[in-house]
Design a protein around this ligand. Structure first.
Ligand code: HEC
Ligand code: HEC
Length: 525
């Protein structure tokens, strides 16, 4: 009998036992998740009093549990229906998750931020564990020394070439991984923590109600608006979004989300006709939801999200744009809570003139004129007691490119290309020399060979092109007969953002590597 059949058979006997007049675990008050572990996992993972070998002695994020169940399926033939799998992931994330403070450092990986810099877990762990996948993958788990050692065994057992992969021959990898390293990992990422026991004893915040939202779209128009969240069941929400692009159109949206571990918001939304995956974290006090949304098929294409509970108390959440040039008249949007209830005028320092104020419950828009002679400065923007700051500037003093180091991947066929989005960020200098950010500025985008070798192999000609909003589109994958040795369309490029500021030309530079496909895109890279 094949492995898969054994599992199916084990599952069936358990199901039969439940149906045969025996009191089910649910009737005895055992949560459904625990019952499913008994049904689907106990065939291989021995259990005593609800404690399962291996399973009960590790804590992971929802994505971490999903990856483990994927391996149980791929490697150990544990085939689960989607509903069963989802239920088990929920149960394990709720009962054996990470506290918000424990997940904080690795959030960039859960949010699938492109071009994020990996964690620094110290020389020893970096060198041992950061060469095949992100260090966030380890930092998002909690185990004791015994379990970290077992994980080293899993690595060597399932990927016997582990010692030789990724330049692994620079050290006796296995000797370290199975010897002293598990204690180091257990000290850094221990199973039992004060943070987790404190978090587990709290009841999850009820997120239903009105929220004010501000979103950033790299290379595009930012948005703001309102979210109305309704609880459908414990930890399950549906939401309606009523958003507005800055200076532009209204965008409606709906979402359905699960909140794992009391704070890990994972939503599937449709916003302005586009499917979006939401990976957000709810703050410990339950009044703020922040994170990243992205295209489910192209996780590099996404942006920021901040939602703040509308308590009616007047606060300013954001000012868009964050800087205005001396001598200019601009439309200013002040996003916040309770702004329609404040009767006080919008007042801005630095001699800025305000007119055409328009109030909605989530924002106040106005036309503002900055005097020609205003020096570069930070001024106070106040609506009643609610305050924020705005930068007035005379000239852009420098432009920088974000990210300073980006990666795009050639594609086509079964693996789609991965684009890279850059932003040009302007800065100005205050009279005392301090640099203040002006936020994203419009730039013209170009590339150049990064070095003489890239110039010789004409990378610029083959690797791809920029669009007007700073997004680099890589070329198709595969051998290119027009290139030296029929090479792939990879490239090593300097990214150039040019802006014209009055009579001056300014330039910011970054670095872009256009490389080959990733064939494997697990939930935690
Ligand atoms: C067919 C046998 C089998 C079944 C059924 C099975 N597992 Fe496993 N599981 C294994 C083996 C073998 C390992 C050790 C090797 C590994 O980690 O892949 C393991 C390891 C694990 C680990 C430790 C992995 C780590 O993080 O290092 C977890 C957690 C786990 N299983 C969860 C589950 C859950 C949950 C179920 C039920 C849905 C399940 N397993 C069902 C065979 C099984
Ligand atoms: C040679 C490449 C390589 C090295 C080096 C490596 N890993 Fe992995 N690791 C993998 C692969 C491949 C997987 C995919 C496992 C899966 O199927 O989910 C993985 C998975 C993991 C997981 C998720 C497994 C689970 O079920 O929860 C963790 C955690 C992890 N590695 C931590 C480490 C740590 C800690 C080290 C250093 C001791 C390390 N890795 C070194 C290749 C590597």
């Amino acid at each position: 009998m094949g492995k898969a059949l054994v599992i199916a058979f084990l599952g069936m006997t358990a199901a039969l036992a439940l149906g045969s007049g025996v009191v089910s675990a649910a009737e005895m008050g055992v949560p459904r998740g625990a019952e499913l572990l008994g049904t689907y996992c106990s065939g291989c993972h021995r259990s005593h009093d609800g404690v399962f070998d291996r399973i009960s002695s590790i804590r992971k994020t929802p994505e971490g549990w999903t990856m483990t169940l994927f391996r149980m399926r791929q490697v150990h033939a544990v085939v689960l229906d989607d509903g069963v799998r989802d239920e088990i992931v929920r149960y394990l994330s709720d009962t054996q998750g990470l506290a918000p403070s424990e997940a904080a450092a690795g959030r960039f990986a859960l949010e699938r931020r492109p071009n994020a810099k990996d964690l620094d877990a110290g020389e020893e762990i970096n060198g041992m564990c950061g060469r095949c996948h992100s260090l966030a993958r380890s930092a998002l788990q909690r185990r004791d020394e015994v379990e970290w050692r077992k994980l080293a065994h899993t690595h060597a057992g399932q990927w016997p070439s582990v010692e030789y992969s990724a330049s692994g021959r620079d050290r006796p990898w296995w000797k370290i991984a199975s010897g002293p390293l598990p204690a180091v990992l257990a000290a850094r990422y221990p199973f039992d923590t004060q943070a987790w026991s404190a978090w587990r004893s709290r009841s999850p915040a009820d997120l239903s109600g009105n929220w004010i939202v501000v979103g950033h779209v790299p290379g595009g128009r930012d948005f703001y608006g309102r979210a109305l969240l309704e609880a459908e069941a414990a930890g399950e929400y549906q939401g309606h979004y009523d958003l507005t692009e800055v200076g532009g159109r209204a965008i409606a949206g709906v979402t359905k989300a699960l909140v794992y571990t009391g704070y890990e918001w994972r939503g599937s939304a449709e916003i302005g006709g586009r499917n979006v995956r939401e990976v957000y974290a709810v703050s410990e006090d339950g009044n703020r939801i922040t994170g990243r949304w992205f295209d489910p098929e192209h996780s590099e294409d996404g942006g920021e999200w901040t939602a703040v509970r509308d308590t009616g108390v007047s606060t300013v959440l954001a000012i868009l744009p964050q800087a205005i040039r001396a001598g200019e008249t601009a439309a200013l949007t002040v996003v916040g809570t309770g702004l329609d209830k404040v009767t006080a005028a919008l007042s801005i320092g630095g001699g800025v003139k305000v007119s055409d104020i328009h109030r909605t419950p989530v924002a106040l828009t106005a036309s503002v004129s900055v005097p020609k002679e205003a020096p570069t400065q930070r001024v106070r923007v106040a609506v009643g007691a609610a305050e924020h700051s705005l930068v007035l500037y005379t000239a852009v003093d420098a432009v920088s490119v974000l990210p300073s180091y980006g990666i795009a991947r050639v594609g086509g066929g079964r693996v789609a290309p991965v684009t890279a989005q850059f932003e040009a960020i302007g800065t100005a200098r205050l009279p005392d020399g301090e640099e203040v950010s002006l936020g994203p500025v419009r730039a013209e985008w170009a590339s150049a060979p990064f070095d003489t070798e890239a110039a010789r192999t004409e990378d610029e000609k083959f690797a791809g092109h920029f669009d007007q909003r700073g997004r680099f589109y890589p070329s198709g994958a595969g051998p290119n007969p027009l290139r030296e040795f029929s090479g792939n369309n990879v490239g090593n490029l300097k990214v150039i953002a040019r802006i014209r500021d009055g009579a001056r030309d300014l330039e910011g530079a970054g670095h872009l590597i256009v490389t080959v496909q990733r064939w494997n895109t697990p939930p935690i890279y």
